[in-house]
Design a protein around this ligand. Structure first.
Ligand code: UGA
Length: 438
């Protein structure tokens, strides 16, 4: 089949590349000329493991191409995916749908023959209906359906998540659109991936409910971690103890510095607003939003306390991205924690394997950028693990002990076991477990 993908952000580019790998002909369209030019040369705009190879192979096979020309891109398409950004609107927390509606209008003007217009962007309930209205108004004659097909992939594991999803959700009441969507996802039927067909509104809400539930699960375990620290329990064991209950599930019970990224913070806020507008306040998710914001601040205070104050102290920071295997720093805990430490008088030496360029945009000259983990630690008063990159999991603790001025580790991702640090004379502070003193 022929697919046009409007938007080459995380979701658009990964989905486009994966659909082409399924054997479909895919054209990715983006207004950003520089980005399209770089993609044509095989340069990826984001760091995502395996994406460069996947894109390269499918471009070479003639199934994947890039253009800035929407009319050319959607010509003859069976399905046009809208995968443009829906950032939080300044001031009120709603999702900003400007790009979605602009794409709908442009698509309308160029529609040719029966086409399914598919919303893959995360959009509030009712957006599909509005997209349909926009297209119908501009093209009363056109043959089309508008479906919702939310995406559940995670950054850093995006290709695998797309190709081996837990489920595919499609919202449409049109049997003709159902057929097209079934055909697009047919390669997944070999793995018996469940296809969930619903109304458009249900699919739209399912996406928000999924992200809000996961954010709630993380916040739940984070608050359990706080209790653990006070009562002498171990959060990792509690997580295992509850996670083995099939009704709860073991995933997303890893306590940490608070969730970040381009999705959970934005989508929880948007859902709270949708609920309020519907007259059914979503009190749990509101509490999650508040607790997560407070947590990031509390993490900075925890580092300050571990060092007995940071006035004049040098803090080595490992990891700046919101999670490993991405260079994305949107709503990363580092963005809250580092400025607070600097305000408290600390200097920061930081390293992240992929997000150093991104970090420069956020922190400018306010921190020192180092070439590797060990370089951050020379003469530092403490080392803080902010992101659990694999390369931080097996650091040479003896070497670190020699580099640091004071042997203090604040491990906000529970990468290490206290028993590993004790022999090296560290004061070790982690999440939801007892701190150890040398
Ligand atoms: C999230 C969802 O997991 C995807 O299903 C969804 O498609 C995506 O949002 C989206 O809406 O586009 P993502 O933001 O890439 O994916 O990353 P996650 O792996 O979900 O992590 C989000 C945040 O939660 C990170 O800051 C991570 O460190 C934190 N987290 C995650 C925890 O603190 N503990 C956990 O146990 C899991």
């Amino acid at each position: 089949m022929r697919i046009a993908m409007i938007g080459t952000g995380y979701v658009g580019l990964v989905s486009g590349a994966c659909f082409s790998d399924f054997g479909h002909d895919v054209v990715c369209v983006d207004k950003d000329e520089g980005k399209i030019a770089r993609l044509k040369q095989g340069q990826m705009p984001i760091y995502e493991p395996g994406l460069d190879v996947l894109v390269g192979n499918n471009v070479e096979a003639g199934r994947l191409s890039f253009t800035t020309d929407l009319v050319e891109g959607i010509a003859g398409a069976d399905a046009i995916f809208i995968a443009v950004g829906t950032p939080t609107r300044r001031g009120d927390g709603f999702a900003d749908l400007t790009y979605v509606y602009a794409a709908a209008a442009e698509i309308a003007d160029a529609l040719d023959g029966y086409t399914v217009v598919v919303n893959k962007s995360t959009v509030p309930v009712g957006t599909g209906a509005e997209v349909e209205r926009i297209i119908r108004e501009r093209r009363p004659d056109a043959a089309f359906d508008v479906a919702s097909n939310p995406e559940f992939l995670r950054e850093g594991a995006a290709i695998d998540d797309f190709k081996r999803p837990d489920r595919v959700v499609v919202g449409t009441n049109s049997p003709r659109a159902v057929e097209v969507m079934r055909e697009l996802y047919r390669p997944l039927s070999l793995n018996e991936v469940p296809m969930v067909f619903t109304s458009r509104e249900t699919a739209e809400l399912t996406k928000y409910a999924a992200n809000a539930f996961l954010a709630t699960k993380i916040t739940f375990i984070n608050e359990v971690a706080d209790i653990c620290e006070k009562v002498g329990a171990d959060v990792q064991q509690v997580a295992r103890g509850i996670g083995l209950d099939g009704r709860i599930g073991a995933k997303f019970l890893h306590a940490g510095p608070g969730y970040g990224g381009s999705c959970f913070p934005k989508d929880t806020l948007a859902l709270v607003h949708t609920a309020r507008e519907a007259g059914t306040p979503f009190t749990i998710v509101q509490a999650v939003v508040d607790a997560n914001a407070a947590r990031k601040q509390a993490m900075a205070d925890r580092i300050v306390a571990a060092c007995n104050g940071v006035q004049g102290a040098k803090i080595a920071v490992l990891g700046l991205a919101f999670k490993p295997n991405t260079d994305d720093m949107r709503d990363a805990p580092s963005l809250d924690i580092l400025p607070r430490l600097i305000e408290a008088g600390a200097t920061i030496a930081a390293f992240d394997p992929e997000s150093m360029d991104e970090a420069r945009k956020h922190f400018g000259e306010t921190i020192t950028y180092c070439d590797d983990a060990y370089a951050t630690m020379a003469g530092a008063d403490a080392v803080v693990i902010l992101t659990e990159w694999n390369e931080f999991r097996a650091l040479d603790l003896k070497r670190i002990g020699g580099l640091l001025k004071r042997r203090i580790m604040v491990d906000l991702r529970n990468v290490y076991q206290p028993s590993e640090l004790i022999p090296h004379g560290f004061a070790y502070h982690s999440i939801g477990r007892a701190s150890v003193a040398p």
